[in-house]
Design a protein. Structure first.
Length: 291
């Protein structure tokens, strides 16, 4: 009897591990005639590091549509719109932080980017914070540029196979959430905290990379909660708000065509993540084990 209980416990543990250790999920049931797929992305990971990436890419190419956070077919236009949205016309960060903090941030940016707040201080602080955190991490790993986003590769595969590409939001909508959800003074506080605690940020990103490559959604959710640059309430529009909106959009898209959905891995986890929301909507969501 004891051996049987141990075996049952082992099988349960193995099942939990496999469910948690997945980035690729199949969405079916609830009247769907074709399977749909949900994949979590991470923009600091090279495609070569992702297990079975070619097979995942093939699933995207075979689907009727690839769905992403954005339609990334015109990168140059996207970058232009993002930079336009990131500007603070008539404002400068020097009016939002102390002289001492200004000096700290200015020095760090000059060392990191070759330009300080005299040139960059007109950017919204959350844009500067994103730029700072990403560049600090890349330099800590001796990387000269950010890896090519796999979202682009999925969408390219769709276009090459004459399939549809769908964006869940526009560049303007995403920029408004990222750069305008917080008052500028509060954004400046977040930037200063990120600069002062840059080593903590590097370590969190290292842990995130390890968890991502392991497909460990439990660890990814834990890391998200440990990131205290913003309060849970301040982070809500970035994750929960968008998840709930997308969870309303995706069933309509699923019923229209088979979809391969690729969004940031943080959008998969937790009670308000897309996995939980799609299950709540009546779909069967199960991990895909690729061999």
């Amino acid at each position: 009897m004891k051996r049987k209980l141990i075996l049952v416990a082992f099988i349960a543990l193995f099942s939990v591990f496999n469910i948690c250790a997945q980035l690729l999920w199949k969405v079916s049931g609830n009247g769907l005639t074709k399977p749909n797929y949900l994949f979590g992305t991470h923009h600091l990971i090279e495609k070569e590091q992702i297990n079975n990436f070619d097979k995942i890419l093939a699933l995207a190419a075979q689907s009727d549509a690839v769905v992403g956070e954005l339609d990334m077919s015109d990168i140059l236009s996207m970058q232009t719109k993002i930079m336009q949205s990131a500007m603070m016309p008539g404002k400068n960060i020097k009016d939002m932080i102390s002289t001492a903090d200004y000096a700290i941030v200015d020095t760090e940016l000059k060392q990191l980017l070759g330009a300080g707040l005299e040139q960059l201080g007109v950017l919204k602080p959350m844009m500067l914070q994103t730029l700072f955190v990403t560049t600090v991490y890349l330099k800590s790993q001796n990387l000269t540029k950010q890896p090519e986003a796999v979202d682009i590769l999925f969408q390219k595969a769709a276009r090459d196979n004459a399939k549809a590409v769908v964006g869940l939001e526009t560049v303007e909508q995403q920029a408004a959430i990222m750069f305008d959800s917080l008052p500028f003074n509060r954004q400046a506080e977040v930037l200063v905290k990120s600069v002062k605690e840059k080593q903590k940020g590097i370590e969190l990103l290292k842990r995130l990379n390890v968890a991502y490559l392991a497909g460990n959604l439990i660890e990814i959710a834990k890391i998200d909660k440990e990131d205290d640059d913003m309060t849970p309430a301040e982070r809500r529009p970035i994750y929960e708000g968008r998840n709930l909106k997308w969870a309303g959009q995706l069933p309509v898209l699923f019923k229209k065509q088979s979809c391969f959905v690729a969004v940031g891995c943080m959008h998969l986890v937790g009670e308000t993540g897309l996995i939980a929301q799609l299950k709540k909507a009546g779909f069967k969501v199960e991990p895909v084990i690729l061999q």
